[in-house]
Ligand binder design. Structure first.
Ligand SMILES: *Cc1c(COP(=O)(O)O)cnc(C)c1O
Length: 466
């Protein structure tokens, strides 16, 4: 069968057992399950590569090294901690908002003990898990009623399902947006079983367009925040107040998917007024939905505020059970809402603090970090402090740029190699690349991060020197 062996190079690959054995010898610290899975995955990848013409059979050392990499990735806890040095506060790929230490502690307590999740301790009767959070949301927003579900996409889905199933929903063509690839407004509408009635054009929608589209089958008007892009130039949209007047003249509800919302106005800090959910209700929206882990700075959740009849209909929907919050998220959300009620938001909610940090306050932090990095880098990197701009992120407020100060690193190997080495550090650092430099934005660094960042830079420079 030697001829066949020559024809199919995949037969030249070692057996899984052999790779696993060598991996165990080289990396006894990796758990056995991960070593076996890593060896299998490395061999499968090698077989796939060999199916292509002219592929060379990898050496055994190469296979073991690949298996070790795969096994290491499997064995590591995921998602694992990283340092966000990008300056993007609500970085979608890095988990958006970071919970306040107090919220995280409350989560740990609730996670490892029994709780009165669905028990009224006063009467001993069954309690409702959402009541406490809903009450605080009402206190903060002035809304008639409130509901929290698993994420904002779920809140919008639940609202459409409860109000519009089998009927028509009117939306501007300028708001049929895609957010983060997995949330497309037309697709959510379809899934909710409502019929989409598009009005206006991509750049301009007028009051008369909505008026003309309303008919006997219309269930609601929907306004969607564009979130991750801006329209400029020859554009027109119907302001929320005017849209509410149109809806109410036809006895229809106006629902807004605000995407990123706050419960307290950040206008004094230069944030747009439209981000404040309670203000949207005052302008006439009957229901406003937004994420818990964007501008609010809490856990992943979808918050719906508005008319009692609408919130009650949403709560009664069978979908509500499928989309409900788990107890750990509930605890984190409750803590975050209490911090806001007590005026501790900016002081204690990390993403809020980062969003509101002023450039002049960040400058000394950047200078201190640059000094530490110069000390550890020796001559291996050029270190400088420069002005730059941070972004809000999370598909929130794309037009808002936050002036910041950054530490800029330049190395002979170039910025891509340095950024890659920083991502491979034991505590990985995610940074930005600008021109020929790696940019470390102090805005998104947490308390313990600067020391860990220095360690990561030492690691990266050593890796690059080899
Ligand atoms: C972010 C966003 C969503 C999705 O929110 P999730 O909490 O991620 O589900 C929906 N609509 C808009 C307008 C958004 O900005």
């Amino acid at each position: 069968m030697a001829g066949e062996k020559g024809q199919d190079p995949r037969r030249a690959l070692p057996a899984t057992g052999r790779v696993t054995e060598q991996l165990a010898a080289a990396h006894p610290e990796l758990p056995a399950w991960a070593r076996t899975a890593g060896a299998r995955a490395a061999l499968a990848a090698a077989r796939e590569a060999l199916a292509r013409p002219k592929a060379a059979v990898p050496g055994e050392a190469e296979l073991v090294a690949d298996a070790a990499l795969r096994a290491g990735r499997l064995a590591a806890g995921r998602p694992g901690r990283v340092i966000n040095a990008t300056g993007v506060v609500l970085h979608t790929n890095l988990g958006r908002a970071v919970l306040a230490p107090g919220a995280a502690a409350a989560v740990a307590e609730a996670a490892s003990h029994a709780s009165d999740l669905e028990l009224d301790l006063g009467s001993g009767a069954r309690g409702r898990r959402l009541d406490a959070v809903a009450e605080k949301l009402v206190l903060l927003s002035g809304a008639e009623a409130a509901l929290a579900v698993n994420n904002n996409a779920a809140a919008v889905l639940l609202a459409l399902d409860s109000l519009g199933r089998g009927r028509e929903v009117v939306v501007s063509r300028g708001e049929l947006v895609e957010i983060g690839g997995s949330f497309r407004v037309p697709e959510i509408l379809e899934r909710a079983g409502v019929r989409l009635v598009e009005v206006g054009t991509t750049n301009r929608t007028h009051a008369r367009d909505y008026e003309a589209a309303i008919g006997p089958d219309t269930a609601l008007l929907l306004k969607v925040h564009r979130s991750n892009f801006e329209q400029r130039g020859f554009v027109a949209e119907v302001e929320l107040g005017e849209l509410a007047a149109i809806a109410h003249a036809h006895e229809l509800p106006l629902v807004e998917d605000l995407g990123s919302g706050t419960l307290v106005s950040l206008e004094a800090h230069g944030f747009p007024a439209e981000a404040c959910a309670p203000a949207r209700l005052r302008q006439g929206a009957d229901l406003v939905c937004f994420s818990g882990d964007k501008l609010l700075g809490g856990p992943q959740a979808g918050i719906a505020l508005g008319r009692r009849a609408i919130v009650d209909a949403m709560s009664r929907s069978p979908l509500a059970r499928a989309l409900r919050l788990d107890k750990l998220t509930l605890v984190a959300l409750d803590w975050t809402l209490r911090a806001l009620l007590e005026g501790r938001g900016e002081a204690e909610i990390p993403s809020l603090r980062q969003l509101l940090a002023r450039a002049e306050a960040l400058r000394p932090e950047a200078e201190e970090l640059a000094k530490r990095l110069s000390d550890v880098a020796g001559g291996a990197a050029e270190v400088a402090v420069e002005r730059d701009r941070s972004a809000v992120g999370g598909g929130s407020l794309p037009g808002l740029e936050l002036a910041t100060w950054v530490v800029v690193l330049r190395v002979a190997a170039g910025p891509d190699a340095l950024a890659a080495a920083l991502r491979r550090a034991p505590l990985p650092v995610v940074a930005r690349i600008r021109d020929d430099a790696v940019v470390l934005d102090v805005r998104t660094l947490l308390e313990d991060d600067p020391a860990a960042l220095c360690d990561a830079v030492v690691f990266a420079l050593e890796a690059l020197a080899i």
